[in-house]
Design a protein around this ligand. Structure first.
Ligand code: CDP
Length: 678
């Protein structure tokens, strides 16, 4: 195996780590930060006094790097080298090197705030600036003070502004590991193409026909585009005259791909064969694909952006930053000189692209993170003044407080409640953890566990529900249950229960166009959630299997009521004349039920007056996804709480500096009229 740049700097790294509690390590993608640092520290005895933890912002990377390291050390995964991601723990008593997502490490620090089991914590891929890594950076700062004698913290990055992080950690040393990047020729397009899929296709074929051997890495924005391009490329490559060019293999690479498909990109291409890897920005820095000589960069990325004044997410295709563009280009020069085809003109790169990507903490809903920080009970931590590398806006912190107040996780003074503490222990977003707790009171915990598992599985289960599309489902509801008209949560429950009745037969999933692997995972997630509930719930639990099939309307009603409590902050009221709903508790706006929903009108042709939704997302227009009808009498309590809401009190009496915008405002019907579904 070739010696990686990190290995060449081994002595210097060890020397610096020995002398300093915190070290920033900057190294080019592929220099061996993720796979080698942990092994170097292991060899130097750092695993004798504790485990070496390496955090990854992405689940895929945690699993794939752990596998790689286990392979290099010739041990089975889960023994000396293991990984832990949400709902999947592959570690044992013997584990000395542990890869884990940043979210899992945060969660671990709830039950063990000093993280005593670890001798070294490596925050890897810090340049990704994920929400959880940013919070960990703040927590590490406190932790090194408390454990300065027996904890080392390493922060690694491919592109991060090392100076800034170093300043954050009292000017800790920065080690820059020189990478060996070959020159990459940049080829700009004269203008922006009308379709970047078409343009990528054409460029890829040109390379295949004209350029010498070497794999091609194509950056697309998301799964849908990747699938389209893979299909088109396959067709076009097949139609090329036999013998006119070398063979081709076309591989997709994105986060929702099954692991066995993901690892295919790590095996080298067969002789006389060119690989085309069509990837999301996961291949920018998270996963290093060797053998790439040509990069095609569309210049776009799909980015989730949360708006705290409307409670809405948008999934926008936005321009990448210059840092990202350079990372993408760098992928072409790892093994020999390469070429990067930018499907945009050079002035766009210079003048339109932002310098760096906005960190996730400044474009996410912070309810889960704030609840987590509150539950840590750190006496010196005031949420609004928490030491963030880049602080979120006051507005989004206030939005988080409001959300938590509405689900009873904090009281009117902003102090965490018993309910909030229990919620924080569940590895779920606040709405779902609150639903589970309420469902336990209403005798429908078993059903709520199923719904929470179905919504948390992070796989696209039902046909036509891929994120970001607005396609109507192709097959449903012909074979699958339809939620009895009440909506998507009830449907999710019914789907699982039907499968349960079939003794979890994989053939049933196939017959119904459901992913077998996804359903098995959900079953496992449900089991885990139920075990956690057993551990933390104070009163008796109602998760009996024989209770599960009580498919009565009464049962659904209890579940809907529990959902209404959990989703108190995701409530919408029917606007009959506008054929839609308006959100409650936010700057009012007209929203529609997503076309994939199974929510139905009643016998009078009416939709429910109130619904709760799992997510509000703006694609071509604002849509509520995963919707469930609720009753007026349950909503009254929420409306009362909203009336009483005093954001100054919630945030500890500090007057906000910017305009408060999370109060109800009258709906501007005139303007919104055009948005209504015709
Ligand atoms: O973290 P960094 O980007 O610096 O590098 P790395 O992920 O440790 O990758 C070092 C080398 O290991 C590269 O050549 C990768 O292609 C390879 N690797 C692999 O073959 N399989 C993995 N799952 C991860 C890395």
């Amino acid at each position: 195996m070739a010696v990686l740049p990190i290995n060449q700097a081994e002595e210097k790294i060890i020397e610096t780590v020995e002398r300093n509690p915190v070290v920033v390590i900057i190294g080019e993608t592929g220099s061996g930060k993720s796979t080698q640092l942990s092994q170097i520290l292991h060899r130097k005895g750092y695993t004798k006094s504790g485990i070496v933890a390496v955090t990854q912002p992405r689940r895929v990377a945690a699993v794939s790097v752990a596998r790689r390291v286990a392979h290099e050390l010739d041990v089975p995964v889960g023994e000396e080298v293991g990984y832990s991601i949400r709902f999947e723990d592959r570690t044992s008593e013997r584990t000395r090197i542990k890869y884990l997502t940043d979210g899992v490490l945060l969660r671990e620090s709830l039950s063990n705030p000093e993280l005593h089991q670890y001798s070294v914590i490596i925050l890897d891929e810090a340049h990704e600036r994920s929400l959880n890594t940013d919070i960990l950076l703040g927590l590490m700062k406190r932790l090194v003070k408390m454990r300065s004698s027996n904890l080392k913290v390493l922060i690694t990055s491919a592109t991060l502004d090392g100076e800034k992080v170093s300043r954050f950690f009292s000017n800790c040393p920065i080690l820059t590991v020189p990478g060996k990047l070959f020159p990459v020729e940049i080829v700009y397009s004269r203008e922006r193409p009308t379709s970047y899929i078409e343009s990528s296709l054409k460029t890829a074929l040109d390379i295949h026909v004209r350029e010498p051997e070497g794999d091609v890495l194509i950056f697309m924005t998301g799964q849908d585009d990747i699938e389209k391009l893979v299909k088109a490329l396959e067709e076009r490559v097949q139609s090329l005259e036999e013998g006119s060019c070398m063979d081709a293999v076309i591989l997709p690479l994105h986060g929702s791909l099954p692991p066995e498909m993901q690892v295919r990109v790590f095996s080298p291409s067969p002789p006389n064969c060119r690989r085309f890897i069509v990837a999301t920005n996961i291949a920018e820095t998270s996963l290093t694909v060797d053998g790439v000589v040509y990069v095609i960069d569309s210049g776009y990325v799909k980015q989730r952006q949360y708006n705290p004044s409307s409670g809405m997410y948008s999934l926008d295709v936005v321009q990448i930053s210059r840092v990202q563009a350079n990372q993408r280009a760098g992928r072409a020069g790892r093994t020999c000189p390469g070429k990067c085809y930018r499907l945009y003109p050079s002035f766009v790169y210079r003048e339109e692209f932002p310098e760096v990507t906005v960190p996730e903490i400044q474009r996410s809903s912070l309810a889960g993170s704030v609840l987590y920080l509150k539950s840590l009970d750190l006496p010196d931590i005031d949420i609004l003044k928490f030491d963030f590398l880049d602080p979120p806006s006051r507005e989004s912190l206030e939005d988080a407080l409001k959300q938590l107040y509405l689900v009873d996780a904090i009281d009117e003074n902003g102090s965490i409640t018993d309910i909030g503490r229990t919620m924080a222990e569940l590895p779920l977003e606040p709405s779902l953890s609150r639903t589970l707790m309420e469902a336990n009171e209403f005798g429908c915990l078993s059903q709520a566990l199923t719904v929470a598992a179905m919504l948390s599985a992070e796989t696209t289960l039902l046909p036509g529900q891929s994120k970001g599309t607005e396609k109507k489902r192709k097959h449903a509801p012909s074979n699958l249950p339809d939620g009895s008209g009440w909506g998507d949560h009830i449907q999710l429950l019914q789907v699982f229960e039907n499968w349960d009745r079939m003794d979890y037969d994989p053939r049933w999933c196939k017959d119904n166009d459901l992913q077998v692997r996804g359903m098995m995972f959900i079953k496992d997630v449900r089991k885990q959630l139920s075990q956690i509930m057993q551990k933390i719930a104070k009163g008796p639990l109602d998760v009996q299997a024989n209770q599960r099939w009580k498919e009565t309307q009464q049962d659904y009603r209890s579940l809907r009521r529990a959902l209404c409590v959990g989703y108190a902050n995701q409530l919408a009221e029917r606007m009959i004349h506008h054929n839609g709903y308006r959100t409650v508790g936010y700057k009012s706006q007209l929203v529609q039920v997503h076309p994939s929903s199974v929510l139905k009108t009643d016998e009078n042709g009416m939709l429910p007056n109130y619904v709760v939704y799992h997510e509000l997302i703006a694609t071509t227009r604002p849509f509520m996804r995963s919707v469930c009808g609720v009753e007026m009498q349950w909503v009254t309590h929420i409306l009362k709480k909203l009336e009483k809401l005093d954001i100054d009190k919630l945030s500890g009496g500090i007057k906000p500096s910017n305009e408060r915008s999370n109060r109800e405002e009258p709906l501007d019907l005139q303007k919104k009229d055009s948005d209504a579904v015709k």
